[in-house]
Design a protein around this ligand. Sequence first.
Ligand code: GLV
Length: 362
Amino acid sequence: VDDWRRLEDLTLSEFESVASKRVQERVWAYIQGGSGEERTLRANREAFLRRTVRPRALVDVSELDLRTPFLGHTTAAPFFVSPMAYQAEVHPDGEVGVARAARDHGILASYSTLSSNSLEDIATVSRSTPRWFQLYLQPDPLVGERLVQRAEAAEYSAVVLTVDTPVLGVRDRQTIGGFAMDSSVPIGNGGEVLPPARAPAQQGNVYRLRDEASQTWGVIDRLRSHTKLPIVVKGILSAEDARQALAHGAKGILVSNHGGRQLDGAPATLDVLPEVVTAVGKDAEVYVDGGARRGTDILIALALGARGVGIGRPVLWALAVGGADGVRRYFELLKVELATVMALAGVRSVAEIDRDVLRDPG
Ligand code: GLV
């Protein structure tokens, strides 16, 4: 990694700072930034730091099992890679590098509509490891449908429909850093694919957004009529919206505030998770992302009812640090740390993790 630090010696504590020296400033501003004052970005992390875990003594923890089923596919651990755009800006290995690491560790990964590599190239290296395709609604619905057909043909195992982005949040750090989410950043899935609209445009007395901003819940029904793949709805932050998603046939709910990049002032995902878990019951799987960094975070989110925990920025840090090898090292460390904290909390498998693990669940 650096002259003074080899990748195989790196600890989880070091990826962010090493990564910060490895990527261009404009890309760093894009990755790290949130929206507005970054209240929600901070809140995600603080919500983890508020919870405490109960250590348990003299439980037989000689064998620890991290395996977790996601929509019927068993993976090696209860965390997955959240969808993130433009990964070749971070490291030339791009999403294909993340896919190689995910394959080698049996980790579920999801890939953005705005990936730098094509979804087919990502699928080729992934082989039988499950992968999800994230869809941004497109102003021309046919463009979105074609993407989903391609994902189905390339054997993705679910479509993750992002529903929190009729327009991008106001991202000052990104703007100051000079990273524009527009056609200047290459997209691997083809020139017809558009990033979300940057800002409402004033038209007389009102502000207008692009056509996809008119979509309501029926869009999930339409999506279901175009694909056999299960649909995970990403960007849910209330029991009401979780129930809507279920009513329209979602099989998974991803509690997410887009890493604090959309509505500034939205709650920390961990604080919303219990209400969504209660609303969903056994009707779908519930996942969460935002602010999870380490093994203890994953344990806490699972204790609050998540089936799996999405990891975002840390995967980009690992990619920046060492490409596919950096991400491999990160997965290795995260798995071992999760197994370690499970042992110290007296739980042997992900199925055994429940509220009793937490001292202050609230
Ligand atoms: C991309 O999807 C982003 O949120 O920056």
